[in-house]
Design a binder for this molecule. Structure first.
Ligand code: 0WD
Length: 256
């Protein structure tokens, strides 16, 4: 029996079979969870529906986190299918491409800053707020995806690092707020992985190579490994863990 048997988990941010969210969906399905997926726009709809089927699910719902109406409609639709919710995986980030190259001070703009924070950090609080009714008293968990650029000045990551710092603070505030209701809130800080979102970061290939050469395990992390860690954090095995950032990065963050 899997360690997520009987749990109902909503997973956002599947854009392709390389997405970290897909690694989470497969891992959680393997551990016995019932899965619901979301897709950002109509272009992704049929692909995400197919991916949901692979996890034995027929629940794929639209969600653009920039739209309050989408967030409200998502939980309304989910409530018609499920009588409660045990987990939410937030695996969404966005910053305009021109923000993610060169010198931070040159690149940053008011609009780029606001967009990065709204889509990559505020949206986590928005999902927590909209989903809390369905999660009340079920010992459920929220998990989001962050990156080392939240706590170190990583070249080219720029405003996304500032937004990830906000996201990590969001994890702590949400954990304090939702803990008394029985909901835990954590983040996985993943090492670099070649995905659609990563393709927007300038010199990403060099980042992968640098990690592979220096990190304790001498290789990059996979979406399966990140998915397994997220599955653990959503499960009762992690019942004592909240407000935490779990590094799943083959050890890179410990290096000086
Ligand atoms: O190296 C990496 N790939 C790392 C990613 C290292 C550490 C953390 N992360 C984080 C990302 O910052 C993000 O928070 O993991 C999360 C998932 O990213 P991913 O799996 O690397 O990227 P991807 O497969 O592109 O999924 C992110 C998706 C978007 O994809 P695109 O590339 O089409 O923007 O987030 C979704 C979208 O599907 N997304 C949205 N969903 C709903 N509403 C929105 C939105 N407004 N904007 C983006």
């Amino acid at each position: 029996m899997g360690f997520l048997e009987g749990k109902k988990i909503l997973i956002t941010g599947v854009a392709s079979n390389r997405s970290i969210a897909w690694g989470c969906a497969e891992a959680m399905h393997r551990q016995g969870a019932e899965i619901a997926l979301t897709y950002q726009n109509d272009k992704l709809k049929s692909r995400v529906e197919e991916m949901a089927h692979k996890c034995g699910s027929d629940i794929a719902l639209p969600l653009d986190v920039a739209q309050d109406a989408d967030i409200e409609a998502l939980f309304k639709a989910l409530g018609e299918r499920w009588d409660g919710l045990d987990g939410i995986v937030h695996s969404i980030a966005f910053a305009p491409r021109e923000q993610l190259e060169g010198d931070y001070v040159d690149a940053v703009t008011r609009e780029g800053f606001n967009t990065a924070h709204e889509i990559s950090s505020y949206s986590f609080a928005a999902l927590a707020k909209a989903g809390r009714g369905m999660m009340e008293g079920r010992n459920g968990a929220l998990v989001t995806m962050t990156y080392l650029g939240a706590v170190r000045a990583v070249p080219n990551y720029n405003v996304m690092g500032v937004a990830k710092a906000s996201l990590e603070a969001n994890v702590r505030y949400l954990a304090a707020s939702l803990g008394p209701h029985g909901t835990r809130v954590n983040a996985v800080s993943a090492g670099p992985i070649r995905t659609l979102a990563a393709a927007g970061i300038s010199d990403f290939r060099d980042m992968l190579k640098k990690v592979e050469e220096r990190t304790p395990l001498r290789r990059n992390v996979t979406i399966e490994e990140v998915g397994n860690a997220a599955a653990f954090l959503c499960s009762d095995l992690a019942s004592g863990i909240t407000g935490d950032i779990l590094y799943v990065d083959t050890g890179y963050n410990i290096l000086g």
